[in-house]
Design a protein around this ligand. Structure first.
Ligand SMILES: *Cc1c(COP(=O)(O)O)cnc(C)c1O
Length: 396
């Protein structure tokens, strides 16, 4: 049942969440779930990691918010750390993935205007990918060519075209002198866990450089360690011009960010874009604690090592249940099992929940596993054991 005073945007909940601890989420009755949804890739260092809790509590008791009218030391530190990972450039903070992407779309407009000799609306098209998801704002929706996202809200924002992910020819045709930027997820999340291939990213980089278009990567879901690299695109060796981040960055506290390489970072000037809440002392304390934990616990190394074992076990499921599962996609702790039947992802998600495993559907036929970056081999194995039971029962 929907709560009588809450909007019905989300389906009626299966349970009320009460508390979290590590990879586990507890409902109000005390039932414990293995949480492999992580609030949709958000609680990256697990629920209520003691170090994260301490940092947030201390910052809340010191200074929560002061606006960007004043300097924020935690924000400066976080920007330094992101620049160290992404490369020379600058960072702007916001509060969500959609907002990060909105800022990137605005960056594309500024870049296009500059290329057009200061003339607005000459070169402003953004080429995104089919099956993409970039958020629910008008900019984000415009870049998200899915009926379930756009339906009911047209007309969309002008200036988006779509190529086919991993098909460079389709982008080659679209990126002409009306195009300001190419914008893709390094690993598509909502669309069904489709990784951009290394060769495709490299060809796209070359294409963008040749035609003067920015290469902007949406790392909102796949970034901040989830793939086993800090950014998922690192595997390809490609250097983007701009990156959008959010979900896992705050470890559960809302924060988003864009990184823009030099010299494009200069396109934003005082007054050209901003947000009241973005990069607050509290949000940055949460994000700095999250990065501390990723570094101190060497999570990128453990994800890379553990995911070899975990992916093999999941691949065994693919082979054991060929009538239900057609394949596996993803990287590190961002994995999709592709189901044979459209819509079966909803049935399997419910069945897994009834066996105390939380997962998230994606696309039309994919179940998505997004454990906390702290998940150990035992916890990963537990997810496979439960899924094995779910598929065995689907069988009978
Ligand atoms: C979730 C997501 C967004 C939108 O983020 P919100 O914080 O929900 O606005 C954008 N891009 C990608 C790739 C996402 O996964």
């Amino acid at each position: 049942m929907h709560h009588p005073t809450l909007m019905k945007n989300y389906g009626p909940p299966a349970f009320n969440a009460a508390r979290g601890e590590g990879v586990y989420l507890y409902d109000e009755s005390g039932k414990r779930y293995l949480d492999f949804g992580s609030g949709i890739a958000v609680t990256s260092v697990g629920h209520s990691h003691p170090k994260w809790v301490k940092a947030v509590q201390e910052q809340a008791a010191t200074l929560t918010h002061c606006s960007n009218l004043y300097g924020i030391p935690g924000q400066q530190k976080l920007a330094d750390r992101l620049v160290e990972k992404a490369g020379p450039g600058r960072v702007l903070f916001c509060n969500s993935g959609a907002e990060a992407n909105e800022a990137l779309i605005k960056l594309a407009r500024l870049h296009g205007r500059k290329l057009s000799g200061g003339e607005e609306a000459k070169r402003y098209t953004v080429v995104a990918a089919q099956h993409a998801f970039h958020g629910r704002t008008f900019g984000g929706m415009g870049a998200t060519p899915q009926e379930k996202i756009q339906g009911g809200f047209r007309p969309m924002l002008d200036g988006f075209k779509f190529g086919e992910l991993n098909n460079i020819e389709t982008f080659d045709k679209l990126v002409d002198d009306s195009v300001a930027a190419v914008f893709i997820e390094s690993i598509q999340g909502e669309g069904g866990i489709f990784p951009a291939e290394t060769s495709f990213l490299q060809e796209l980089r070359a294409l963008c450089t040749e035609r003067g278009a920015l290469l902007m990567l949406d790392e909102v879901q796949c970034g901040i360690g989830r793939s086993g690299h800090f950014f998922a695109f690192e595997e390809s060796g490609v250097k983007p011009d701009a990156i959008g981040m959010a979900k896992g960055l705050g470890g559960g506290f809302p924060i988003g960010a864009i990184w823009i390489s030099e010299p494009y970072a200069e396109l934003f000037q005082p007054g050209s874009h901003g947000t009241t809440f973005g990069g607050s002392p509290l949000a940055c304390a949460a994000a700095n604690a999250t990065l501390d934990i990723i570094e101190e616990e060497e999570l990128l190394d453990s994800i890379t090592a553990n995911s070899v074992v975990w992916h093999e076990a999941l691949q065994d499921l693919v082979e054991k249940y060929p009538q239900h599962i057609s394949g596996m996609r993803g990287a590190g702790y961002m994995v999709g099992l592709v189901l044979k039947q459209e819509g079966a992802n909803l049935t399997v998600t419910t069945a897994a929940r009834e066996k105390n495993l939380l997962i998230v559907p994606a696309g039309h036929n994919v179940i998505r596993l997004l454990p906390a970056l702290t998940a150990n081999l035992k916890e990963l194995a537990e997810s496979v054991r439960i899924l094995d039971e779910v598929f065995a029962e689907l069988n009978s």
